[in-house]
Design a protein around this ligand. Structure first.
Ligand SMILES: [Zn+2]
Ligand SMILES: [Zn+2]
Length: 405
């Protein structure tokens, strides 16, 4: 079987994979609650002849190892490669109107993790039939809680990449800005560090008609939000990127009462560790001093979320070449700019080189974006992902990332 035959080698599995994907889509589970999803994954893996470890990452994580049987596969120089699929859904009410739409109000696979899990299962099915082509081991990482819970960090900390020791890791993610059949990679820095921000503005409450006897936290909050706009525009080097967004603000109950405090929540994004620390410090200073200037106080909490995701240059080139070989150069794109979205696959890539690869899902112009209530990972893209996973694994185990420039 030539390398380019992988897309046809996965075809026989597609009807079953579509069934699995639609079942998962209809039964979404939130971060760290992927109990039924985890059971389904374990049921599907049973009988494939893999070594399965379940109950990881606070309970729902599953890691399965497939040992290849090609010559050299069990030698001491044999490589191992990790493939990752995330399993969690989002607290969003689905509005796709699809026959397999979420059956659980307020929960939805709006980031396509139903398909990521399915593609990883597909790769396990197909590769387990072709283990004679694998000159090493493939480690399938079914990970909980990508959407904010950092499930990837738990799996990595619990040794998912250690036994066998993985020399590379790859993950796929649906990409609504790209047509079905297309694949894209951003070499180098690809996804932002995503940190959470909580602010409590503390004033002195009182009668709405006597502001001079109060310290009005509503007015202070307005100044704080306005002042925060200067952090990125006036303090960060214009050639660097950062975002400070206040996404929630809560304070007060009545029109004629000055409340004692106001709470805000936000997110901070950056693409560089030094910029990240600079923005954190500037946000804290801006909020505290703006409140102090009006006679109030502030509590500012910045919590480090996912780190910057950096695709290894060699792994990126390898992934792009592999995709071109399978799907043809016109369908494979090197992305010029990173995304300010966060991704906890960053934890895997802090440990081993690898690449986060985008798989096109768009079937029309203006396809609904990730986390949109009308988003659906397109079934037709499943085979693309499975074939790519298979060939990435086969080729990496045989050749590594190949020649460096
Ligand atoms: Zn997401
Ligand atoms: Zn996602």
């Amino acid at each position: 079987m030539p390398a380019t035959a992988w897309p046809s080698a996965v075809e026989a599995d597609l009807p079953r994979l579509i069934e699995i994907r639609r079942h998962l889509h209809a039964h979404p589970e939130l971060a760290f609650e992927e109990f039924e999803t985890s059971k389904l994954v374990q049921r599907e893996l049973a009988g494939l002849g893999l070594e399965v470890r379940a109950g990881l990452a606070k309970g729902t994580g599953v890691v399965a190892v497939l040992r290849g049987t090609a010559p050299g596969a069990s030698g001491k120089d044999a490589r191992a490669v990790a493939l990752r699929g995330d399993m969690d859904a989002l607290p969003i009410h689905e509005e796709t109107g699809l026959p397999y739409a979420s059956t659980i109000p307020g929960k939805m696979h709006a980031c396509g993790h139903d398909a990521h899990t399915t593609m990883l299962l597909g790769a396990a099915r197909v590769l387990s039939r072709h283990r004679d082509r694998l000159q090493g081991s493939v480690v399938f990482c079914f990970q909980p809680a990508e959407e904010g819970g950092g499930g990837g960090r738990y799996l990595v900390d619990e040794g998912a990449l250690d036994d066998p020791a993985c020399a590379a890791a790859f993950a796929l993610h649906g990409f609504p800005n790209l047509p079905v059949g297309h694949v894209a990679v951003k070499p180098g820095v690809a996804q932002a560090a995503s940190d959470s921000l909580r602010i409590k503005v503390l004033g002195v409450g009182g009668h709405g008609a006597a502001p001079h006897k109060s310290v009005d936290p509503i007015v202070l909050s307005a100044r704080v939000i306005e002042a925060l706009q200067g952090v990125v525009s006036r303090e960060v080097n214009p050639v660097d990127s950062a975002v400070v967004t206040v996404g929630a603000i809560h304070g007060g109950e009545a029109g004629n009462v000055i409340p004692p405090s106001v709470e805000m929540k936000g997110t901070i994004r950056s693409l560089d560790e030094a910029v990240r620390r600079q923005v954190h410090a500037a946000v804290k200073r801006t909020v505290e001093l703006t409140c102090a200037a009006g006679g109030g106080k502030a509590e500012v909490l910045v919590h480090d979320g996912y780190p910057v995701l950096t695709n290894d240059p060699g792994a990126s080139r390898f992934a792009l070449e592999t995709a071109r070989e399978l799907f043809g150069a016109p369908k494979v794109h090197e992305l010029p700019v990173p995304s300010m979205g966060g991704e906890d696959f960053a934890y895997y890539l802090q440990k081993v080189p690898g690449a986060f690869i985008r798989v096109g899902v768009a079937t029309r112009e203006a396809y609904p974006g990730l986390h949109h209530p009308a988003y659906d990972f397109t079934d037709a893209a499943l085979g693309v992902g499975v074939a790519l996973f298979c060939r990435l694994a086969e080729r990496f185990l045989a050749e590594g990332f190949g020649e460096a420039d």
